[in-house]
Ligand binder design. Structure first.
Ligand code: AMP
Ligand code: TRP
Length: 341
């Protein structure tokens, strides 16, 4: 069976599991916006089935699903040219996920560092879904025959697993059906760190709100969080080499570069010799200038949840038109009798 030929297709997803952070924006959403255009077909998904691998209050989940979609729209995802939907509405994802549970090996899952981090000492008590999650992620990508997956650094291992699953499926069934997906981990801010502890990733679920910038934070909160961000006493050097080992300082430089669409090199050249008293307020002003219009637009969109649902439904129909035929071919390859066609 030959591969389905098409324009290179981008797929990526984000969990509606709480508010979105500057890490989600710089590491994912902003880059998804930039990949829209003639070079790729772009499909972006609010992965609600992934969110419930850990407990989600149903009302909070509904809110976060719409808010995540609103964040994407407000950031510039165009629902006419990109396919934007929530995962649960296209059942082919979960169905291919099951097939991949039967392709992926337990030994592969045991190597997933994100599972080990999340499960920690509690590994016996977490959901089976949390353990199987990377195989559902592989299904998300491959049910669209996606070739490019823009993600933050923390997702690299999962995209590599996706390639392993595709290769094993193709090998076992002697087909060239699923494409080898490329992770796209580019730009200055693929791993935005916690503002209070530069050894940890900025995440939605950290203990203190001061360690992250939320996409919905107001100007005063953003300024306060950057002001209190942990740094060291030294001024900024004139080259990146000299930032080695100064993880918190490097993180702020990378955030600045990500927000201003330049490189960390350019930032360090501009701010060579600057102390934190100068750099932090400049960074806060920049973050407010970039995020305020987005959060204003998010709240405008959230005033009309029916309109968000309408856009998501339209996206789900488009996604299903791509995913369902790929699922059906997969069933045929595997030998599942499609008695209802
Ligand atoms: P999640 O919120 O875990 O669903 O992540 C959604 C996307 O945001 C993924 O592509 C992540 O890699 C990316 N992401 C999340 N946190 C960060 C971070 N601190 N820095 C860079 N990218 C991130
Ligand atoms: N696992 C990703 C995360 O936690 C979210 C995700 C689910 C995803 N399915 C995907 C990302 C498919 C890219 C492609 O961030």
């Amino acid at each position: 069976m030959s591969k389905v030929e098409h324009t290179p297709r981008v797929f990526s997803g984000i969990k509606p599991s709480g508010g979105l952070t500057l890490g989600n924006y710089l590491g994912a959403i902003k880059r998804w916006v930039d990949m829209q255009g003639p070079d790729f077909e772009t499909t972006y998904c609010v992965v609600d089935l992934h969110a419930i691998t850990v407990w989600q209050d149903p009302a909070d989940l509904r809110h976060a699903t719409r808010e995540t979609a609103a964040a994407m729209l407000a950031s510039g995802i165009n629902p006419d040219t990109s396919t934007l939907f929530n995962q649960s509405q296209v059942p082919a994802h979960a169905e291919l996920g099951w097939i991949f549970n039967c392709v992926a090996r337990v030994g592969w899952m045991n190597r997933m560092t994100q599972f080990k981090d999340k499960a920690g000492k509690n590994a016996e008590k977490v959901s089976l879904g949390l353990y199987a999650y990377p195989s559902l992620m592989a299904a998300d990508i491959l049910v669209h025959h996606a070739t490019h997956v823009p993600v933050g650094e923390d997702q690299k291992q999962h995209v590599e697993l996706t390639r392993d699953i595709a290769a094993k499926f193709n090998h076992d069934y002697k087909v060239d059906f699923f494409p080898m997906t490329e992770p796209v981990i580019e730009g200055p801010a693929t791993r935005v760190m916690n503002l209070r502890d530069g050894s940890k990733k900025m995440s939605k679920s950290g203990e203190s709100d001061m360690e992250r910038i939320n996409m919905t934070d107001d100007a005063a909160t953003i300024a306060k969080k950057f002001k209190k961000a942990r740094t060291d006493p030294e001024a900024l050097p004139d080259n990146l080499e000299a930032l080695k080992g100064r993880v918190e300082a490097r993180n702020l430089v990378d955030i600045y570069a990500g927000l201003s669409d330049t490189t960390p090199e350019a930032v360090i050249t501009e701010y060579a010799g600057a102390g934190w008293g100068r750099f932090k307020p400049a960074l806060a002003d920049l973050a407010v200038a970039k995020l305020a219009p987005i959060s204003d637009e998010m709240s405008r969109l959230m005033d009309d949840p029916a309109e968000i649902d309408r856009l998501l439904a339209k996206g789900a129909e488009r996604a299903e038109a791509v995913a369902q035929p790929i699922l059906e071919k997969t069933y045929d390859i595997v030998g599942l009798v499609r008695s209802r066609k």
